[in-house]
Every structure is written in structure tokens, then in C-alpha cells.
Design a protein around this ligand. Structure first.
Ligand SMILES: CC(C)(COP(=O)(O)OP(=O)(O)OC[C@H]1O[C@@H](n2cnc3c(N)ncnc32)[C@H](O)[C@@H]1OP(=O)(O)O)[C@@H](O)C(=O)NCCC(=O)NCCS
Length: 203
């Protein structure tokens, strides 16, 4: 799978950022790629995310839902530029049963940000989950993560809940939800949606 990401060129940029002037390679994760890419995936994600994830957390997602995970690769040397890791499973705690997609991790190498790489990765993940009959996609992001909030809200995600002191660093988070199917007004209530519609979440 390959998609175009446009960017302005600059001779000052590192190699991966220069690569964005060409067509990036967007690749669906496969188990055979673990040895080549898992160390780079861990390095990229642990650099910026506040939660320290063990190797087992990565394998939990990648072994079961590798088909919902995508990587952006430098077209020149195939090095990792960005990654998104997701899962999709039935969910019914406090709500009507839904097929719920979840974006667990998303990161783009710092020199390559602001050029649409994360947007492309999120769109691919949404398409992959939608094609597997997901009803909704949720995620949490730190309330202070302005670029992530803008990115997701631009793609149609709504704030469904504020999670106070959600992260180990004490920061609060927003739970965001993207509804992929129309809500059945006669169906059982969904707590997150009710909160959103009642406006009981704290902003
Ligand atoms: C959040 C993060 C993933 C965003 O990655 P990114 O690749 O820079 O995101 P995008 O380029 O798709 O979007 C960012 C901006 O670039 C703009 N953009 C999108 N496509 C573009 C393009 N082709 N050319 C220029 N700019 C573009 C977007 O409009 C957006 O601008 P805005 O924030 O002003 O609305 C990245 O900052 C990151 O890895 N942060 C650390 C980890 C993290 O916070 N992950 C999210 C946890 S939930």
C-alpha cells in the first residue's frame, strides 16, 4: 500500500524529512516485520508518550491486530517515520454492545511532523477498522497535546469524556470517539454518547 504525502523540501532537513518530498511508503504491519521494525516502533513511541510500555504491550497489539497497524517508511532507506497501533474488539461495559476500535499509539518522528503523515496513518487505521465493521473508534490523548487533539478533531472525533489525572505523569486526558455508524435512537443507551450529548463531560 502506498500513499502520497506532500511536503516542502529543505536541504537542512534530516534524511527522513527529505524523504517526505517523495512518495512515502505506507505499510501494513505484518509479523514477519517484527525483527526489522519493532525496536524502531518502540523507540519512536517511547520517545514522546508519557506511558512506559513493555515489549508485551506492543506484542499484545501487534500479534492480534497487526492488520490494523500501519507504518510510514522513508522511501530511500525504509527507516520508520511514523506508526499507528490499534485494536478492534467487542465492547459492552456500561453500554450497548459495540464493535469498538481503539487507537492505542500514534507517533511521527519529530523532523517529519506537520506534513500529514499522522493524518494519513489515522485515515488508514479508520478505513481498516471501518471495513471490519467497527461501530466506533475511541482513544485517549493528553489534554495538553494540542497537535493530537487538532488532528483527531479535524478527522471528526468528538470529546466524549475528560479523564482526570489519567496518566502516570498526573496529566488529564480526553477520551475521543469517532462514530462510524448512525446511532439507533431506540437502542440501549451508550454511556459515553449520553455523556457527550448531555454535555456532562468537563471541558
Ligand atoms: C501528534 C502527532 C502524531 C502528529 O503528527 P503529524 O504527522 O505532525 O500530524 P499531521 O502532519 O498529520 O497534522 C499536523 C498538522 O500538519 C498539518 N498538515 C497536514 N497535512 C499537511 C501537509 N500535507 N502539508 C503541510 N501540513 C499538513 C495539519 O493540518 C496539522 O496542522 P494543525 O495541527 O495546525 O491542524 C505528532 O506530533 C507526534 O508524534 N507527537 C508525539 C506523540 C503523540 O503525541 N502522539 C499522539 C498521542 S494520542
Amino acid at each position: 500500500m502506498a500513499t502520497v504525502a506532500t511536503a516542502s523540501s529543505s536541504s537542512d532537513l534530516p534524511r527522513t524529512a527529505k524523504g517526505l518530498t517523495a512518495e512515502l511508503n505506507y505499510v501494513r504491519y505484518e509479523h514477519r516485520l517484527e525483527e526489522q521494525y519493532l525496536p524502531a516502533i518502540r523507540a519512536l513511541i517511547s520517545k514522546d508518550l508519557s506511558e512506559p510500555y513493555s515489549i508485551y504491550v506492543y506484542r499484545y497489539f501487534l500479534y492480534q491486530w497487526g492488520h490494523l497497524c500501519f507504518m510510514a517508511l522513508d522511501p530511500f532507506d525504509s527507516s520508520l517515520i511514523g506508526v499507528i497501533i490499534c485494536k478492534l474488539e467487542p465492547h459492552s461495559v456500561h453500554s450497548a454492545p459495540t464493535n469498538r476500535g481503539y487507537i492505542a499509539m500514534l507517533a511521527v518522528a519529530a523532523p517529519c511532523r506537520g506534513r500529514g503523515v499522522a493524518t494519513s496513518l489515522v485515515k488508514m487505521a479508520i478505513d481498516a477498522m471501518a471495513s471490519r465493521n467497527a461501530d466506533e473508534i475511541v482513544l485517549e490523548t493528553e489534554e495538553t497535546n494540542v497537535s493530537a487533539m487538532r488532528l483527531y478533531e479535524r478527522l471528526g472525533f468528538l470529546r466524549s469524556k475528560k479523564l482526570h489525572r489519567y496518566y502516570l505523569n498526573g496529566n488529564s486526558a480526553y477520551r475521543l470517539v469517532l462514530l462510524l455508524k448512525p446511532i439507533d435512537p431506540d437502542g440501549p443507551a451508550d454511556l459515553a454518547l449520553e455523556e457527550h450529548e448531555r454535555g456532562t463531560f468537563t471541558v
